[in-house]
Design a protein around this ligand. Structure first.
Ligand SMILES: [Zn+2]
Length: 88
C-alpha cells in the first residue's frame, strides 16, 4: 500500500539532490580543513596569504603556491576578524 508513495518520494529527493549538486559544484575546493565550500573565483572564492590564513585557522589550511584558496563564507569570516581596511 505504501509502496507507490515511497517510490514517488524517492524520485523527488533524487531530483532535488541533483539540482543542488549542479548549483554547488566548483573546481577549487576551499583550503580550510573541514569546510566543504568552493573557492572558485566564479563562486566568490578568494585567496589569502599563508600568514593571513594561518592567523585565522592555524595549520588546518591547504597551501598552494604560497596562497590559501578559501570559499566566500570563509573569506567573509576572515574579513570580519581582520577588518583593518573597513574599520576606522
Ligand atoms: Zn571555506
Amino acid at each position: 500500500m505504501g509502496f507507490k508513495a515511497r517510490a514517488r518520494a524517492n524520485q523527488t529527493k533524487t531530483e532535488e539532490d541533483e539540482k543542488k549538486k549542479d548549483a554547488k559544484t566548483g573546481k577549487e575546493p576551499c583550503g580550510v580543513n573541514g569546510c566543504e565550500g568552493w573557492a572558485d573565483s566564479t563562486m566568490g572564492g578568494r585567496s589569502l596569504s599563508v600568514t593571513d590564513a594561518e592567523d585565522m585557522w592555524g595549520k588546518s589550511v591547504v597551501v598552494r603556491k604560497n596562497r590559501v584558496r578559501v570559499c566566500k563564507s570563509c573569506y567573509r569570516s576572515w574579513k570580519k576578524t581582520n577588518k583593518q581596511e573597513d574599520y576606522y
